[in-house]
Design a binder for this molecule. Sequence first.
Ligand code: TRP
Length: 330
Amino acid sequence: MKYKVEVLTGIRPTNNLTVANYLGAVAPIIEIQKQGMSPVVFVADLHAITDKEPAIIRQCVHGVVADYIALGVEPKKTKIYLQSDIIGELATLTTFLARHITVAELLRVPTLKDKLKVNMHPETANTLLLLYPVLMAADILLNRAKKIPVGEDQLAHIEVTRMIAKRFNKKYGEIFPLPEVLQVKSLRILSLKGEGKMSKTNPEGAIFLTDDPKTVTRKINSAETAFEGVMNEKLESHILIANGLAKTELERDEINAIIKEHKDGKPVMGKFKQLFAIVTLNFLKEFQIKRAAVMRDPSYITSLLKEGREVAQKNATETIEKVKEVLRFI
Ligand code: TRP
């Protein structure tokens, strides 16, 4: 079969996004849109029920869609669907695909291996965790997607998808076109202060998209920087955020000019923080106004998801019919 969807990506429905989530996961979709491609994105609510209660996940779906639209995903270019809207086809394909990968192979997928070592245990983790890569393969193959924009952490999942597709094709004919990775550069966005990456678990070091101006200013003012003339990881990360959130070239030029002064040994970190705060506040203000407007009209989001569902459903039905045909299930 031929490719059907040019670019596909799934987004985990999480509340309370940070600027790191925006820069790492949403900005690349917007960039793809800008390049003239038409991505399809879906809210991965079925993946999310691996470790969360379905009713809770359902509650955040509209909010996630509103977040993405307010961040610049344009519904005219980008179709958005809810993964569970095609649960029948997805579950069917997951069943047929799961036969082509062994339990041992799944246990070797790095994301699972790490999870089972670090914060989960085989005795308590449910089996949906083990099936996570197969379900992801089903998402991709059901859509016959060509390019999948992913960060480094998801590369292994695309490999699994390709492997399953190749095995299936070898046995039953060229059914699934092989997906390719559209590598998104991984940004090292660190916590504003203290150890590690920016994350929800250390809220004082994270800028949330919902933060009010006072909170943001406080967090940026207490961010760790660097001595005059010195560059370090923290400052590099602040620059990445400031440049990523800046709306104009002029602002980016200003940021770069300040950093040049800093490298020349001038005491300009106060000035940098001021600009960092301004750029961030402008970004958040625009986002928050737009998100509130989108959320005010729930029927708008419902209609977008309906449009997305129709596209996804059509592609999924086509794929499943073909798969059942070659498996002699019809
Ligand atoms: N596993 C992805 C993540 O954790 C989400 C996802 C699910 C996905 N299915 C997908 C991404 C299919 C791309 C394509 O971010």
